[in-house]
Every structure is written in structure tokens, then in C-alpha cells.
Ligand binder design. Structure first.
Ligand SMILES: [Zn+2]
Length: 286
């Protein structure tokens, strides 16, 4: 993935906080992120799990949704030693011995799909059904598109084939905009990639908006939704999507999460000036 220029983030990250966020910061100690392999319940039947150590200022947040048969996971993280150890700890502990039954994919960037397979080509979760957005599949698995790609994007094409090529007939493709599994609705969120997809999940009286990479970082792209990170493939379309998602999250008072938000990575969006502010959720360890 393209690297963010860290000094720029640090400067922007010390912008004054709104009063409510400041009072939260004063009242509660800054939370220490739990170790990889631990989980937090953010709503009934919805677990946030920590798979990776922060890389510089980056984070990987994976959500697990309890369904009738087991757990559905939204994106898988990477395939590295920390992630594998974290999954082992989770499957033995917080997941209460229940298996992963479904993998729902938001888009085909490597940090979202690499955990589907080991580097030797074996499926990590052998019995899990894999569900991917149809437009994402169509774009990345198209040979003509690949032949026109270069640099890191060409690497993403090759990686998508490494992950999905020999299991294509096992991958269920869905059209974003409808219920994918009971209680989980897919939402077109195109721009970051051609088929990038968000999810809305009902949990009791709450609903969680899984924005994935629609908003990469709250200090930058929620406060300034019109800013275009270089890793959005269609910057103008991604801005439209980002504004639509943030507007819905604020208007409907949904819980939100995004794949790369810093801990606790879950909260509510409020309007502030021309942008939005993330109010992080309270949380409790399992
Ligand atoms: Zn991405």
C-alpha cells in the first residue's frame, strides 16, 4: 500500500479537539490498545478484533459478526506471523470455539484479502464461504485491465489472482445494494477501488456502518472529506462516496468503523464545520 507521509499526519493530528472529545480525553485515560488476538464487543454479536500491531500510524481492524452457524468476518487482514498468532488466540478464546463460517470482502487490496490464504496457497479458513463484490471481481480479474496496469496496481492484480485464481468456483459474488446474509446489507462505496463495498449491520437496536477504506483516517478524511488520498483509485468518486457515508452515519447516528482507524476504531460521526468528527466509543474487553 502507498505510504502516508507521517510528519504531515502528526501536524494535522494536533488540531484542537472539539469540547466533547476533549472532555472525554480528560475524563478517561487514553486507552491502551489490546494485544493482537484480543477482541472487544462493540454491539451484541459484533466483535472488533485486533489482528496486527500498528505499523507506524497504521492499524488493521477486523470485525466479526455472530451468525446462526458461527462467525462472519469482514476482511481478513494480512498473512503474517502476528496475524496468524492472533487468529489462533481468537479461535481458542474469544470466539468461544465457534468457527469462521463466512468471509465478507470489501475490496481486493492485499491488506484486506491476504489472510484468506497462506503464502503456500492453502486456504486459512477451510470451511468458510467467501463472498466478494461482483464489480470488484470483474475489475481485478479482467486480463485487459491487468495488461494496462503498472507499479503497485499491477501487484494488486497479480495478488488478486494468487488469492482467488484457483478457488474461483468457490467464491460467491454478490451485487452491492442488497442483503448479503441475514442482518448484513452491502452498500456500493465505489471510488477507493472500482467495486469497494461497505456494509450495514443490524445488531439489536443499533446498526454498525462498516466503512472499510471509505474514510482512511478520521483526522484527515472525516474532517476534510473532499481531500483525496493517493490510494483512492477514482478520487472524485471516492469523495462523493465518503460524503454520502459520513452523512448517513451522522444523520442516522450509526456506529461506524473503518479498517484503518486508530484504536478503539469505532464510534459515532458528528458534523463539525465542513466535515465530521469521530467520537470514539466506550468499550470493554471480553
Ligand atoms: Zn484499500
Amino acid at each position: 500500500m502507498p505510504r502516508i507521509r507521517i510528519p504531515a499526519i502528526r501536524r494535522i493530528g494536533i488540531e484542537p479537539l472539539p469540547n466533547h472529545a476533549l472532555s472525554t480525553a480528560l475524563t478517561f485515560p487514553h486507552p491502551t490498545p489490546p494485544a493482537p488476538g484480543s477482541a472487544i464487543e462493540v454491539a451484541p454479536g459484533i466483535l472488533w478484533v485486533r489482528l496486527a500491531l500498528p505499523f507506524r500510524l497504521d492499524h488493521v481492524n477486523v470485525y466479526l459478526i455472530e451468525d446462526g452457524a458461527g462467525w462472519a468476518v469482514l476482511d481478513t487482514g494480512l498473512d503474517d506471523a502476528v496475524t496468524r498468532a492472533a487468529w489462533d488466540a481468537l479461535l481458542d478464546g474469544a470466539l468461544r470455539g465457534r468457527a469462521l463460517t463466512r468471509i465478507l470482502v470489501t475490496h481486493f487490496h492485499p491488506d484486506h484479502i491476504d489472510g484468506i490464504k497462506t503464502k503456500d496457497g492453502d486456504k486459512v479458513f477451510r470451511n468458510a464461504e467467501i463472498l466478494v463484490p461482483e464489480p470488484e471481481w470483474t475489475f481485478w480479474m479482467d486480463d485487459g485491465n491487468q495488461s494496462r496496469a503498472s507499479g503497485s496496481v499491477l501487484g494488486y492484480f497479480r495478488n488478486a489472482r494468487r488469492i482467488f485464481g484457483d478457488i474461483a468456483n468457490e467464491v460467491h459474488r454478490f451485487t452491492p445494494g442488497a442483503e448479503v446474509v441475514p442482518g448484513i446489507v452491502s452498500l456500493p462505496a465505489y471510488g477507493h477501488t472500482p467495486g469497494h463495498t461497505a456494509f450495514s449491520i443490524q445488531s439489536g437496536k443499533q446498526s454498525l456502518l462498516v466503512m472499510s477504506d471509505t474514510v482512511r483516517n478520521p483526522e484527515l478524511f472525516a474532517r476534510h472529506p473532499d481531500w483525496q488520498p493517493i490510494f483512492d483509485m477514482d478520487g472524485a468518486l471516492a469523495v462523493k462516496t465518503r460524503r454520502r457515508m459520513l452523512d448517513r452515519a451522522a444523520a442516522d447516528r450509526m456506529l461506524v468503523e473503518a479498517y484503518h482507524f486508530p484504536f478503539p476504531a469505532c464510534g459515532h460521526m458528528i458534523r463539525r464545520g465542513a466535515g465530521y468528527e469521530l467520537v470514539p466509543s466506550m468499550w470493554r474487553p471480553l
